[in-house]
Design a protein around this ligand. Structure first.
Ligand SMILES: [Zn+2]
Length: 224
């Protein structure tokens, strides 16, 4: 017997408009980790803010403009319908986040007072990439009074706790795929495969009896 496929029963997100902040170490991590959920939240009228801590100027493929990832991030945010004035970019050097830990924490504290989000997404505490783990740790520190979900980046996770799921529809996955395909400079990345993106969302959906979902690690969960 296969699992039934449909919308799961869930109390989330309720009727209120939520302010949701996505913390991305590098441009594209947020789209990969929770892009379909972003699409769903915006479709449902919630306010999504996105902060990328590096535009990876040092690792742009040879021959491309240094700021190509900033341009691609704008295109991806347009696809997801995140307004430009809710997108923040910082310019930390790739793989050097741990040496800028305190500055990053201070950036996050400013974001917290400017946005005052009810829900924050960041890389899971199992992410072994040095920049991702810095954002995960400092983000958890900055937003400890807020609900926090950790997103998965499978190639950086030695293990991942699927302790929460966000149900998403086909159209939300379509938007996630379309957003990630804006990163034309990154076609060598794992996520450049539509089959992989849909396959992961199908696997996560199957865990909750739905067609598609994104899975998250519960880091903090506050019910008001
Ligand atoms: Zn990254």
């Amino acid at each position: 017997m296969g699992a039934s496929v449909g919308r799961p029963r869930s109390p989330f997100p309720g009727g209120d408009v939520l302010r949701i902040l996505v913390l991305a170490p590098h441009t594209d991590d947020g789209e990969f980790g929770c892009g379909a959920s972003i699409a769903r939240f915006i479709r449902e009228g919630h306010e999504v803010f996105y902060a990328a801590f590096s535009v990876c100027e040092q690792s742009v493929p040879y021959g491309l403009s240094r700021d190509v990832l900033e341009t691609e991030l704008k295109a991806a945010m347009d696809v997801l319908r995140v307004p430009a004035d809710r997108v923040f970019t910082f310019r930390y050097a790739v793989r050097h986040f741990p040496t800028h830990r305190q500055e990053i924490l201070e950036n996050m504290i400013k974001l917290k007072s400017a946005i005052n989000p009810e829900l924050v997404f960041l890389p899971s505490s199992n992410d072994i990439h040095q920049d991702h783990s810095t954002i995960s740790e400092e983000g958890t520190r900055a937003f400890k009074m807020t609900s926090i979900l950790g997103y998965e980046i499978p190639w950086n996770n030695l293990t991942f706790q699927t302790t929460s799921f966000i149900f998403v529809e086909d159209r939300d996955i379509d938007r996630k795929v379309e957003a990630l395909m804006c990163y034309k400079s990154q076609t060598f990345r794992h996520y450049a495969s539509e089959e992989f993106l849909r396959g992961l969302a199908r696997a996560r959906g199957t865990q909750i009896g739905a067609r598609y979902a994104e899975a998250f690690q519960v880091i903090r969960w506050i019910l008001k």
